[in-house]
Design a protein. Structure first.
Ligand code: SF4
Length: 391
């Protein structure tokens, strides 16, 4: 069978033919208590084999893929040694060249980012580094099982800024025992450091993680809903006041510093996904790679795509997904673009529920678009869930 990937053409619209690629590097120095990602710890002796497997998986597409955005995430890509990072850069340069003016990002953890690695990345054409800071409070970092200390975050931000790359910080709110004062301090410190882009995530207790287990055993008490809501409101007020554009539910950017790669996801456009556990969306088909490291390496070495699950959504399901992703953006859902992309007029497809959500004050709408109101941002998940029931 011809893989769906081979059926798209560069002139196809961006929701059919991918202009973005995600590459997953699963290796981490240790497992954080809240982590539910596809990761591998204590397997550093497999990094070289994994990089070779990545190059084979990309090569299985049948040729070089010119793209506009590339995101290397994890795991902890910065956990790779300088030599391994150089190997990765040469694979990416060969198989996934990014067009001029495109965006190339790498996720890094503060404790494993060195001056040498940043220079190598900048020389290889990376344009931004996304740092998993999470907090500037020693107590919060400890409760999340993060191995770095606040000074390591400051040093990493300065390293990236000195190299001229865009720096983005991930911050978590709603961690156990975290107070609103600590959260205000985290936001203030991220602003003071001159961070270009800030992603704020409410902590979730994913089933099966050590932190969720500690909650079940009564060893850890999650913060209340009211406090979590107050923290999110604080992020919006504080970052907005400091000149950051709130362009997606969880994301804030200085002028021209939005993450173009993530905007592809929120537009529900096509993208490649390479590596263990990576998800791709190509030619209207969604593929999910195996999360088993050895299986991933073995399948790629045999010349077989390491896909664990593949599905093609029907048109209504695709419309529902497009709405769910678009609504995360502060500009919301554009009626004309949605119609072109999905074949459905969203003002008709979601008509009944849209009207209710407008009356309840969670959505605002006009003939061109609909989007979340300030109140709607606090209950975005339930708004999206209600609209999804229409398809
Ligand atoms: S560093 Fe990130 S990916 Fe690795 S274990 Fe911690 S949260 Fe998970």
């Amino acid at each position: 069978m011809i893989p769906a990937i081979a059926r798209t053409k560069p002139n196809d619209p961006p929701w059919i033919h991918p202009r973005a690629a995600y590459v997953h590097i699963p290796f981490c120095a240790h497992k954080c208590g809240y982590c539910d990602f596809a990761i591998a710890t204590g397997k550093d002796d497999r990094i070289d084999a994994y990089l070779t497997a990545i190059s084979r998986e990309i090569a299985l597409l049948g040729g070089v893929q010119q793209i506009r955005t590339l995101f290397v995430g994890g795991g902890t890509p910065s956990h790779l040694s300088v030599g391994q990072l150089a190997h990765l850069c040469s694979i990416l340069g060969e198989w996934l060249p990014v067009q001029k003016g495109g965006e190339v990002s790498l996720e890094a953890n503060p404790e494993s980012l060195t001056r040498e690695k940043v220079k190598l990345l900048a020389d290889a054409g990376f344009t931004r580094i996304s740092l998993g800071a999470q907090s500037f409070s020693k107590g919060t970092l400890k409760s999340l099982d993060r191995p770095h200390d606040p000074d390591a975050v400051r040093e990493a931000v300065n390293l990236v800024k000195e190299s001229g790359l865009v720096v983005s910080l991930d911050l978590i709110f709603g961690a156990p025992e975290q107070t609103i004062i600590q959260w205000q301090t985290d936001l203030g410190e991220a602003i003071r450091l001159g961070t270009d882009h800030i992603s704020t995530y409410g902590l979730t207790y994913e089933k099966g993680t050590p932190l969720e287990k500690r909650v079940r055993l009564g060893m850890v008490r999650p913060v209340g809903e009211d406090l979590e809501r107050a923290m999110y409101a604080e992020a919006i007020a504080c970052l907005g006041g400091a000149g950051y554009e709130h362009y997606e539910i969880s994301n804030f950017a200085k002028v021209q510093k939005r993450c173009a790669h993530n905007e592809v996801y929120w537009a529900n456009e096509a993208h490649h996904g390479f590596g263990m556990g990576a998800a791709g969306y190509v030619g209207l088909s969604r593929d999910l790679n195996t999360r088993d490291l050895e299986r991933y390496i073995r399948l790629c070495s045999q010349g077989t795509r390491p896909v664990f699950q593949s599905e093609t959504l029907n048109p209504r399901e695709r419309a529902g997904e497009t709405m769910a992703q678009n609504l995360r953006r502060i500009e919301g859902v554009e009626t004309g673009r949605f119609l072109e992309q999905t074949g459905f007029d969203p003002q008709i497809l979601f008509a009944t529920e849209l009207e209710r959500l407008v009356v309840q004050g969670f959505l605002e709408t006009n003939p061109e678009r609909f989007r979340l109101t300030p109140e709607g941002k606090f209950v975005a998940d339930s708004v999206i869930e209600r609209l999804m029931r229409c398809v």
